[in-house]
Design a protein around this ligand. Sequence first.
Ligand code: SAM
Length: 191
Amino acid sequence: MTSDRDWTGRVGDIWATEWRRTDRSFERLAPVLNAAIVAAAGPQAGTIVDIGCGAGATSLASAQALPDGQVIGIDLSPKLIAVANHRAGSLGNVAFRCADVASAVGMHAPVDLYVSRHGVMFFADPVAAFAQLDEAAAPGAALVFSCFAERAANRWAVETVAGADDASGPTGAMTAPGPLPLPIRPMSRRC
Ligand SMILES: C[S@@+](CC[C@H](N)C(=O)[O-])C[C@H]1O[C@@H](n2cnc3c(N)ncnc32)[C@H](O)[C@@H]1O
């Protein structure tokens, strides 16, 4: 389980230190996701919100690929937002906010396109959070995201748990927020 408190604190701080490693680990996924984002954006890309933007890789790629769009990356972690702002430099059509995306997104309504690289799996109450995202969406808005497939499809996760001293693993928390909480099947391709 990874809670809001983890992301605003220690876990977010570690991700902020390790953002280059994160981007390397996603280097095969990112071009696929970024191409899907460009394909989903209309001719006038409008307002694009990156859910759980982390250190900003997807926001920055979207802003560069869609110069007519205005990208807002939102993340709980102040340190990740600081890294994202630093990486943005003088790029004019991207902004970053440190906030809970579900609470903050209304300020950016209507949202034409939601994007996310592995940032949609951590809501304590996913139904309530997605309802708020839906409320802020423009008519016909799209959501393009990547996330892990279910635990059984991820050998690294299964074998890590099997190899841990505490062989009981995280089975008790299978419905808690986290990278592999539920048997989710991505709509396009597996990562
Ligand atoms: C697995 S990381 C992915 C980060 C980034 N999208 C990337 O690809 O590098 C998940 C991110 O979601 C953020 N997050 C989790 N719950 C959130 C929420 N309710 N509102 C905003 N950000 C959230 C975390 O702080 C974290 O940076």
